[in-house]
Design a protein around this ligand. Structure first.
Ligand code: NI
Ligand code: MN
Length: 224
């Protein structure tokens, strides 16, 4: 499995079977992404929630790539209403796709599409295929992360640190302690002035707790 970071909360997973999964593909409006929507392929698009910086360029990409959307029920219905293929799921549920298993967790946030449509509850995403990735979505700190960490052996936790809309560094460090992943990767920072933080400060604090932190470059891809 390979993981590529497009800045903000946008990632690309290339599964062992070659399938390409985009998570929250916010590219064209994302000043930090070196990759734009015309440049990506997608077999699947998984969305944590419907805010514009997560739904992003999903529909533009989907018109060309015809991916399957994987999201909570209300957001999946919204994607289907625009003419796209969608697999409806919901929080607490998991399903085995050809690239691996996807399970949705709670996230404390909102979820409304850019046109004002209610899109159900926001979610975190656990993707397993040999390695397990937990993309928390946009969320504040919550104590049930401890349970998520107890019930899943998380290899890579992708966590927002930018503050204002989500956890900031202090809360994110506590969230990492709760989940106890093998490696944590910060996200949702420095895209806009309002979420400017120093990821090295996060890395230092989290490594003081004995957890490995990998700051991914914008556009960087790593082998998991
Ligand atoms: Ni959001
Ligand atoms: Mn966001």
């Amino acid at each position: 499995m390979k993981l590529k970071y497009f800045a903000h909360s946008a990632f690309q997973i290339t599964a062992d079977n070659g399938k390409i999964i985009l998570i929250d593909p916010f590219l064209d409006g994302n000043p930090k992404s070196p990759v734009k929507s015309d440049d990506v392929k997608a077999d699947y698009i998984i969305l944590s929630h419907a805010h514009g910086d997560h739904l992003g360029d999903s529909f533009k990409i989907a018109k060309r790539e015809k991916p399957l959307f994987i999201c909570v029920n209300e957001l999946a219905d919204y994607c289907a209403s625009k003419g796209f293929k969608a697999h409806n799921m919901h929080i607490g549920g998991g399903y085995d796709f050809d690239f691996g298993r996807v399970k949705f967790t709670i996230a404390h946030h909102g979820s409304q599409t850019p046109d004002g449509t209610y899109a159900g509850e926001p979610a975190g995403i656990i993707i397993s295929n040999g390695k397990t990735i937990y993309h928390t979505g946009d969320t504040g700190l919550f104590y049930d992360m401890k349970l998520i960490g107890e019930m899943n052996s998380i290899d890579y936790m992708l966590i927002p640190i930018g503050d204002n809309y989500t956890m900031g560094i202090t809360d994110a460090v506590k969230a990492v302690e709760f989940v106890n992943p093998k490696t944590v990767i910060p996200m949702h920072y420095n895209t806009f002035d309002v979420i400017s933080v120093d990821p090295k400060e996060f890395k230092k604090k989290v490594e003081e707790k004995g957890i490995n932190c990998r700051i991914m470059g914008f556009g960087e891809e790593i082998e998991l």
